[in-house]
Design a protein around this ligand. Structure first.
Ligand code: ATP
Ligand code: MG
Length: 194
């Protein structure tokens, strides 16, 4: 009998995607013996309304560039392709029932899980893999989401916000993103203003 496909889903705004996202995905692939990791850019960034955000098409393109030529990473545009905000549970329910799903979350994102729409159903449908993130207490994550597996990874103090700030102030960030992503940011004049 064939084993079910084991898929990790790493969602985010990816504005821009950076090496901590990719390292988290690879750590999850390895630790949970996944077959593949889907990088899934969010549609409407409705929770981040304070700033003119990069277009969904540009965030998707940077994500595509980041995984080009890699083996077990792929992009998945299903949240961008839907209109308006998407709930994680609705996204999970679009996958075939026999596919084993795992959400890959940074520790900061994991702390918010109990506030998600129909979060109990999220936990029924998907395993939760949490990667450490500076500034978030892993004991708090374990207490908040006891079902989560906390992965062994060195916390990396990198965020899209800090990269946007570095770019806007003309400071170096080149090696915090894949080289093709750096080229895209520069070529399209992204993040010239915070
Ligand atoms: P922003 O600063 O715009 O919020 P971000 O770097 O937090 O960007 P997101 O797109 O918000 O990136 O995050 C997508 C997912 O990746 C979330 O689960 C988040 O916790 C995780 N993540 C992002 N950066 C890191 C990091 N340095 N270490 C661990 N997880 C991370
Ligand atoms: Mg974030």
């Amino acid at each position: 009998m064939l084993a079910n496909v084991r898929t990790g889903i790493l969602g985010g705004t990816f504005d821009p995607i950076h090496i901590a996202h990719l390292h988290a995905g690879e750590t999850a692939l390895f630790a949970a013996d996944l077959d593949r990791v889907l990088l899934m850019p969010a549609g409407d960034p409705w929770q981040k309304g304070d700033r003119e955000t990069t277009s969904a098409a540009q965030r998707l393109e940077m994500t595509r560039l980041a995984v080009e030529g890699t083996d077990r990473f792929a992009i998945d545009s299903r949240e961008i392709d839907r209109d308006g905000p998407t709930y994680t549970i609705d996204t999970l329910l679009t996958f075939p029932p026999d596919e084993e799903l795992f959400l890959i979350l940074g520790a900061d994102a994991a702390l918010g899980l109990p506030s998600w729409h129909r979060w109990e159903e999220v936990l029924e449908r998907a395993g939760i893999l949490v990667v450490p993130r500076p500034g978030t207490d892993l004991a708090a994550v374990a207490a908040t989401v006891p079902e989560a597996s906390i992965l062994d990874m060195s916390a990396l103090d990198i965020s899209s916000t800090s990269i946007r700030h570095l770019a806007a102030s003309g400071r170096p960030y080149r090696f915090l993103v894949p080289s093709e992503v750096h080229r895209f940011i520069e070529g399209n004049g992204l993040y010239t203003q915070v």
